[in-house]
Design a protein around this ligand. Structure first.
Ligand SMILES: [Zn+2]
Length: 197
């Protein structure tokens, strides 16, 4: 699985379009602290895509919003299907490189295939099987997928349930993960993404 995968420019442009739509929906709301107007307030990112997603390194802006009211000015960063929290690697690479690392018995072979160091994918695999399964996102996924997803082989076990081609599977999983892509933990972040992915 995924031996030949390379996520190209078109795939990542599709994700950018989804993030723009999420931003537009979020920006039509108001500040959740004071009810003030939300203004565009992107910030710079310098993401990595490894060997399989080099095109993602063009993502140099994390779309974001700021409250426009004097004295508040708080940031409201909407969910994203491109960035997964503060991780340097983009979300698609966190998914695909984890699957490759899990599938390959020799860690150096996985690292050669994806361009992501083995210690990094080991950390991600611990996250998928540990903190991730306690998130509301995973609880919701479990409620929808019957029979249950095999936890030991996450995220591969989840991907194979989400569609026919790798790019569709990865995009759908990014849509699921989007609510945990922002540290401002907007509890209902999922509603911005619904219907877009
Ligand atoms: Zn405000």
């Amino acid at each position: 699985m995924f031996d030949e995968i390379e996520l190209g420019r078109e795939f990542f442009e599709g994700l950018t379009a989804i993030d723009e739509a999420i931003l537009a929906t979020a920006g039509s709301g108001v500040c959740r602290f004071c009810g003030g107007p939300l203004h565009r307030g992107d910030y710079a990112r310098k993401p990595r895509g490894g060997l399989i997603g080099a095109a993602a390194e063009a993502f140099t802006r994390r779309f974001s919003l700021c409250c426009g009211r004097e004295g508040c000015r708080r940031r409201a960063t909407p969910p994203s299907v491109r960035f997964l929290g503060r991780r340097v690697y983009v979300g698609a690479i966190v998914i695909v490189a984890s699957v490759v690392a899990f599938a390959k018995t020799i860690a150096s072979a996985a690292a050669r295939a994806t361009g992501v160091p083995a210690r990094t994918t080991r950390r991600w695999l611990r996250w998928w099987r540990g903190p991730f399964v306690t998130t509301p996102v995973f609880v919701e996924i479990c409620g929808r997928l019957v029979p249950a997803v095999e936890r030991r082989s996450l995220p591969a076990s989840l991907l194979e349930r989400l569609g026919a081609s790798t790019s569709i599977q990865v995009r759908r999983l990014l849509g699921w993960l989007a609510p945990i892509s922002t540290t401002t933990s907007d509890a209902d972040g999922a509603r911005f993404v619904r219907g877009l992915v």
